[in-house]
Write a protein that binds this ligand. Structure first.
Ligand SMILES: *Cc1c(COP(=O)(O)O)cnc(C)c1O
Length: 383
């Protein structure tokens, strides 16, 4: 259970070569839309920045390296990356999705893509047999998010992939919560990895971005075509900032992980806390699986607070180091109320079924001192 030592080195060097013209150690921000050609269609490899930009190219190489993939593609948001994957499907295709997906992913599938005659079926994938029962002849894609948001359920990537592949379906893993430092879905057989780089990969709460990584040449061509034809690309400046973020990913993840474990253990012992959801606690129902497929558990901890809704709000307002805000994965600690904030767009019935109620609180543990995080929780829990 620990970060691969070589990952600390890999992230520092991923994608970046000294600039050939100047020797600049960092890839410059090529803030340009077009490139001068010597003769019609004779150029240095770039003709228009929607199709390609040297700063973005370096970022895409870094993304590929992070997941140990042959290819990486950068998008203007996590959802744009997801959209590009769905756009390689055809009308009539069936997609199996784990039920506890990121709220915006569910919204994209239910409200935007369902009308294009694609069917999305949401099922609990923690029991692999549910996947087996739900696969249909037209199932083209199986969409896994693990650990899930906000309940941090863990899905067996290798087992689900085996079933999906028997039915010739592709497997996509949203690896945003674990980060490439703690989980490598392609090594477990998955076909495509997607990230919201807004979260851990960006890490500083200052960027919206997305990434897709894959090994297969044909899949790469298809998704790259959507990126080029649709144009949801990050600009050179965002690409540069993300390249810079990648360098500290391993050290940040180490601290997120350690802080979350300390916080989860503290909450599990507190009399005002009903239950804690964190894959790193032995009490978590899929702790053994999490230990097997992950190298760390990252910084997300959810829990149910005892008491009524007013007491929950009062707790949220008393926190000082944890800021009440959506999003996650940044260096600063955040607290979120999924029912009223991030998961408000999930149909109410589904929220109830999943266990996203008024008492559920989600923490994104940042990289501050663990002592300060505990002190902050402690003072807010004293009522
Ligand atoms: C935030 C998030 C997304 C969506 O990414 P954006 O960058 O907000 O578009 C997708 N999946 C997960 C798990 C997320 O946390």
């Amino acid at each position: 259970m620990s970060i691969r030592p070589s990952d600390f080195t890999k992230v520092v060097h991923a994608g970046v070569e000294p600039d050939p013209r100047t020797g600049a150690i960092m890839t410059p921000i090529f803030q340009t839309s077009t490139y001068v050609q010597e003769a019609p269609n004779q150029h240095k490899g770039w003709d228009y920045s929607r199709a390609g930009n040297p700063t973005r190219d370096a970022l895409e190489e870094a993304f590929a390296a992070l997941e140990g993939a042959k290819y990486g593609l950068a998008f203007s948001s996590g959802l744009a990356a997801e959209q590009a994957i769905i756009q390689i499907l055809n009308p009539g295709d069936h997609v199996l999705v784990c039920d506890d997906v990121y709220g915006g992913t569910g919204r994209l599938f239910r409200r935007l893509f369902a009308k294009y005659n694609l069917t999305f079926e949401f099922i609990d994938m923690t029991a692999v047999k549910n996947v087996e029962a739900a696969i249909k002849p037209n199932t083209r894609l199986v969409w896994i998010e693990t650990p899930t948001n906000p309940l941090l359920k863990v899905i067996d990537i290798a087992a689900v992939t085996k079933l999906a592949h028997q039915a010739s379906a592709l497997v996509v893993v949203d690896n945003t919560f674990a980060s490439p430092i703690f989980q490598s879905p392609l090594e477990m057989g998955a076909d495509i990895v997607v990230h919201s780089t807004t979260k851990y990969i960006g890490g500083h709460s200052d960027i919206i971005g997305g990434a897709v990584m894959m090994n297969d040449d044909k899949l790469y061509e298809q998704i790259k075509f959507v990126q080029f034809a649709g144009g949801a690309v990050p600009g050179p400046f965002e690409s540069f900032l993300l390249l810079r973020s990648v360098k500290t990913l391993a050290v940040r993840m180490e601290k997120h992980d350690a802080n979350a474990l300390t916080v989860a253990r503290y909450l599990a012992e507190h009399s005002r806390v009903k239950e804690v959801f964190f894959p790193g606690l032995p009490s978590h129902p899929q702790h053994a699986l999490a230990k097997k497929q992950m190298r760390g558990f990252a910084g997300m901890v959810s829990f149910n607070l005892k008491g009524n809704y007013d007491e929950v709000v009062s707790f949220l307002q008393k926190l000082k180091v944890f800021s009440l805000a959506e999003s996650l994965g940044g260096v600063e600690s955040l607290v979120n109320h999924p029912e009223k904030m991030t998961h408000a767009s999930v149909p109410e019935e589904m929220r109830k079924q999943l266990g996203i109620g008024p008492n559920l609180i989600r923490l994104s543990c940042g990289i501050e001192s663990a002592d300060d995080l505990i002190k902050d929780l402690d003072q807010a829990l004293k009522s």
